[in-house]
Design a protein around this ligand. Structure first.
Ligand code: SDX
Length: 428
């Protein structure tokens, strides 16, 4: 590797340095391109553009590799849990007993919302989508703790724990509000995921039966969603962080980006797609024919990925869990059978094979969430809860980078060139 690239432009040759990552990825450093040539790069959707150097998560899309801080996702899924993995992502190392206990205690100490937040929930109509409530209430939560906005580095562990803990409480409260049910407060005796299920499904006077298999299944869903390098919503969090906005504002922006059906909203769209296929009595082949027909805007939701051109390792893990969770609950789900049939047909169909379209994290995750009893419009909220430690870790990385600058991409202007104002009477 020469450590440099040469660019020829209008007869001039510019030598550009390269950056090589710890997994031997090569980036051409174009920091001085515009100063040296007046030209910029153009890469709609940033498929070929690195926005940063990061030490948090590594993905190899061709090999289907995903590692959090160097640990393979399959090993973490088997041996770790969501809170331990969240600590790993945020602080860079697996915690020892004391560190884990302190982190867990901070989550418990910060689990309650300010009571004034209750009244914000009342301002939403019952039809409000939980992602709209989540993004709004994350910012509302920071308003009750001014030191979050006037941040001091030494307060970061408290801000991070408060955000991770309260995102769960906000989500559960918004579900209860939408159902017209009384809110259920968190219990200090319960750990993170169990507490969330308690707040979602208990009733005043009687606790929800916390089945270990459901707690483990949802905890695994959170772990598998915890980070994924510079995806759309994480890049949004970093973009907002680059202006030195506070952690809660950055996370709230991440929620909005995640909501889109091409991103985190895909898990809800997958279930809606499977339900439509089921209701139409289609075995999937009619739907796939419509997907391949370019005159329709149909997509096989939960399939395809900007980075994975092989299996998404998370999808493989979740697919295995689907069968396990359903059998533990003595349930079957015809939508799982349809999903498996769609995958089976698609992976033999040249339209999908030629475009390297495989199941992604969203293809099977909804089956498990449905089995747990999570309502459909809360699926993307589950994604946001899981992704929170990844957003916090990326926010921290931006804030700690001494070379961090405000993110401000350039453009190629294609509008009107200079023209003079036309008075109304001359406009015809
Ligand atoms: C997530 O980035 C991340 O890391 C995201 C994520 C994370 O953890 O943060 O992994 C989570 O967002 C997963 C993706 C969830 N979204 C979906 O499942 C929605 C369906 N998938 C797509 O819309 C699409 O695959 C994307 C958005 C995921 C990726 O889009 P790209 O990389 O911009 O690819 P593209 O739209 O340019 O598609 C390339 C070709 C096109 O066909 P041609 O123009 O070459 O004929 O593939 C086709 C597309 O039409 N295509 C699909 C398809 N996805 C791509 N055709 C049918 N069904 C699909 N799902």
């Amino acid at each position: 590797m020469t450590g440099k690239a040469e660019l020829k432009l209008d007869g001039k040759t510019l030598t550009l340095p390269t950056v090589v990552g710890s997994e031997n990825e090569v980036g051409i450093d174009v920091t001085n391109l515009r100063k040296e040539t007046g030209a910029i790069t153009l890469d709609p959707g940033y498929g070929n553009t690195g926005s940063c150097e990061s030490a948090i998560t590594f993905i190899d899309g061709e090999k289907g590799i995903l590692r959090y801080r160097g640990y393979d996702i399959a090993e973490l899924a088997e041996k770790s849990n969501f809170i331990e993995t969240a600590y790993l992502l945020i602080y860079g190392e697996l915690p020892d007993h004391v560190q884990l206990e302190e982190f867990s205690s901070l989550l418990t100490e910060n689990q309650m919302l300010h009571e004034g937040m209750r009244f914000h929930f009342e301002s939403f109509p019952p039809t409000a989508h939980p992602m709209a409530i989540l993004s709004a209430m994350i910012n509302a939560a920071s308003s009750y703790h001014p030191n979050i906005i006037h941040k001091r580095e030494e307060r970061f562990p408290y801000h991070a724990a408060r955000l991770m803990s309260q995102v769960r409480t906000i989500a559960a409260f918004s579900h209860r509000k939408a159902q017209g049910l009384p809110v259920i407060y968190p219990k200090s005796s319960l750990k993170y995921t169990a507490n969330f299920l308690h707040m979602m499904f208990s009733h005043p006077g009687e606790d929800y039966e916390l089945k270990p298999e459901l707690i483990r299944a949802l905890d695994l869903i959170f772990l598998l969603h915890a980070d994924h390098e510079q995806n759309c919503s994480t890049s949004t969090v970093r973009m907002v962080a680059s202006s030195r906005a506070n952690l809660f504002a950055s996370a709230s922006a991440g929620v909005c980006a995640l909501w889109g059906p091409l991103h985190g909203g895909a898990n809800q769209a997958v279930l809606e797609m499977l339900e439509q296929i089921h209701d139409e009595g289609d075995d999937g082949s009619k739907f796939l024919a419509a997907v391949k027909d370019k005159t329709t805007d149909r997509r096989l939701m939960g399939f395809g990925h900007r980075v994975y051109k092989n299996f998404d390792p998370r999808a493989l893990i979740i697919k295995e869990q689907c069968d396990k969770v359903l059998s533990q609950l003595h349930k079957s789900d015809p939508l799982l059978d349809i999903a498996k049939k769609l995958e089976q047909i698609a992976l033999k169909d040249d339209y999908f094979v030629s475009r390297k379209l495989y199941p992604n994290v969203d293809f099977y995750s909804g089956i498990i969430m449905r089995a747990i009893g999570i309502p459909l419009d809360m699926f993307t909220v589950m994604f946001a809860i899981g992704r929170m430690p990844g957003w916090i870790a990326n926010y921290k990385e931006v804030m700690e980078d001494p070379n961090s600058r405000i993110s401000r991409p350039r453009q190629i202007y294609t509008g009107s060139t200079l023209r003079n104002y036309t008075p109304m009477e001359a406009r015809g």
